[in-house]
Design a protein around this ligand. Structure first.
Ligand code: SF4
Length: 548
């Protein structure tokens, strides 16, 4: 906070914020709500209001507490299990077959599961609809998207309806102009024609429906898309946005791929390949990428370079934003990347510079995500500040060899693949440990690889970064990927560096916890985490922070 802002906030605060404690408790307990839960929730909301000097009205506090209090007699403590036939939920999936062009996706923020995934889904449906026989299409009158679960609970804050509409009218995440999405936010009544053969169907945001937030869904991020002729359904598909921009649908089977040269399903197996071949994890991943996709080394690195360049660009554009820029949404959050960077570069604070600039780079990329600008899933949009911070710092500040960064990107991808393979990259399934935690582990592996660490040190660094995010919940305030997400990216980047610093200084063989064990802990913690802390904005900061 600048001095000016600090003065302003002091001015705004009441003289004695705890003088009127009546605000802590709302007097009436609505029907059907557990008394203890209701009182605790109103107390938390009220206390936050009093302490921050932001007073929500009693009606607002009551409505919020009713909406989130545990209904009597008891709420479900954790989300229902994922349907077993979802590929993302299957236990034995064989070796990892994910490839970098599937994993590192460019698309509009703020959330890979709530913007990039839904846009890919509606674009997929649009393509299916264009393939229908002409006589069927001729009858079509309407396209309709229904959002369920977490997509419905927090979709408004993420702009899911705009992303879904953009895909429906034929936009892909990597090439959509962010101005198109900004335009929809500023003028939500716009109507767009969707051409299906000779037929043209008008669509608008009204065709994207925020449906049930709770239910027996196969995945917390479920949506359906329909092509209708009056009340008759011409085409319908149920989809799942399973995290990191990956999508599945009812009846999905993964695309057939070639076998990897060095098959692995655990970090232990991956590291054994590297050690037996006297090479690095990055080079093993390159060989696998080439055998799975049939691409040449140059083609693989060409894609990796595009991702690296996009990461550098997102940090640059975030740092270039004015210090007092206000991010979209009701939080009215001021950007701070430029301020943190300026201070870090001030000679007075030279001893803090390392952590300062790394934090600034992560804030810059994450704020770009908050603006809905193009970011790179690494592994998700919410965590899109972590990897770029390290990539930018290593390339632009440390001036390391780009080839090392390319290999680091592949080692980092391996870490992400394993977390996806055995646990999750979706906050709706596993909370923030699955996003920022995985991103931090990836960034630690990147850093260790760039500095030529042995494969065991790469594993230890990734393990350590992931371990120290276990249990982290997802509770974005007002459903916007801003608080706690933006600062959390800075912490994830700094923890990645710390993990590398520890791993490269200890005797590697004495590191007590291995990466595979920590991934099991990630999966288990995800499974047992209370569903309110899985991107629903029903608990944690989303409840305690009162917006003025
Ligand atoms: S709290 Fe974490 S997981 Fe949730 S939206 Fe923010 S960054 Fe993503």
């Amino acid at each position: 906070m600048s001095n000016k802002e600090a003065e302003k906030s002091t001015e705004a605060a009441p003289e004695n914020p705890l003088a009127d404690t009546r605000q802590l408790i709302s007097p009436e307990i609505p029907n059907g709500v557990d008394r203890r839960s209701f009182l605790m929730r109103t107390a938390v909301g009220g206390a936050a209001a009093v302490l921050t000097g932001c007073s929500a009205s009693p009606e607002e506090k009551t409505a919020k507490a009713v909406a989130t209090a545990t209904p009597a007699p008891q709420a479900t403590p954790s989300a229902p299990p994922l349907a077993e036939d979802l590929y993302v939920a299957m236990k034995s999936k064989g070796p990892v077959l994910t490839t970098v062009d599937e994993f590192y996706k460019v698309g509009p923020g703020p959330s890979s599961s709530h913007t990039i995934g839904p846009m890919r889904i509606t674009y997929d449906f649009y393509q299916r609809a264009t393939k229908l026989p002409a006589d069927q299409v001729a009858k079509a009158t309407k396209l309709q998207v229904n959002l369920f679960g977490s997509l419905s609970a927090t979709g408004k804050g993420h702009g899911t309806e705009r992303a879904a509409l953009a895909g429906l009218v034929g936009n892909e995440p990597a090439t959509v102009d962010p101005k198109f999405l900004d335009g929809l936010r500023d003028k939500p009544d716009q109507v767009f024609p969707v051409k299906l053969g000779s037929k043209s169907i008008d669509v608008s945001l009204k065709d994207v429906i925020y449906d049930a937030t709770k239910g027996d869904f196969k995945h917390p991020n479920t949506m359906t898309v329909k092509l209708l002729a009056g009340n008759d359904v011409l085409l319908e598909q149920e989809y799942y946005s399973v995290g990191g921009g990956f999508i599945e649908w009812k009846g999905y089977t993964p695309p057939k791929k070639n076998a990897p040269k060095y098959p692995f399903a655990t970090m232990k197996e991956l590291r054994t390949h590297a050690d037996n071949n006297k090479t690095t994890i990055g080079k093993i991943m390159l060989a696998n990428e080439m055998s799975i996709t049939g691409k040449s080394e140059a083609e693989v690195y060409d894609w990796v370079d595009k991702v690296i360049n996009a990461m550098v660009a997102t940090v640059k554009s975030g740092l270039a934003m004015p210090e007092d820029d206000v991010l979209p949404g009701p939080i009215k959050l001021h950007s701070k990347a430029a301020t943190v960077y300026k201070r870090a570069m001030d000679e007075k604070y030279q001893s803090d510079r390392g952590i300062g600039v790394l934090s600034a780079f992560a804030l810059a990329a994450s704020e770009e995500n908050g603006r809905g600008h193009l970011v790179i899933t690494a592994p998700t949009g919410g965590s899109a500040g972590v990897m770029p911070a390290l990539v930018y710092g290593l390339l632009e500040v440390r001036k390391v060899d780009r080839q090392k960064v390319r290999e680091g990107m592949l080692a980092a991808a391996a870490v992400g693949y394993l977390c996806k393979h055995h646990a999750t990259l979706s906050a709706a399934e596993g909370g923030c440990q699955a996003e920022i935690g995985v991103a931090s582990a990836m960034a630690a592996a990147l850093t260790a690889t760039v500095f030529d660490a042995p494969s065991l040190v790469v594993e230890n660094a990734a393990e350590s970064a992931l371990e120290h995010h276990l249990g982290m919940t997802c509770d974005p305030v007002a459903g916007y990927v801003q608080v706690p997400c933006i600062e959390r990216c800075a912490f994830g980047a700094v923890k990645a560096w710390t993990a590398y610093a520890i791993a490269s200084n200890e005797i590697a063989s004495r590191h007590r916890v291995n990466f595979d064990e920590t991934v099991v802990a990630l999966a288990q913690t995800a499974k047992e985490m209370n569903s309110k802390y899985k991107e629903t904005s029903e608990a944690g900061l989303a409840l305690s922070v009162v917006l003025c």
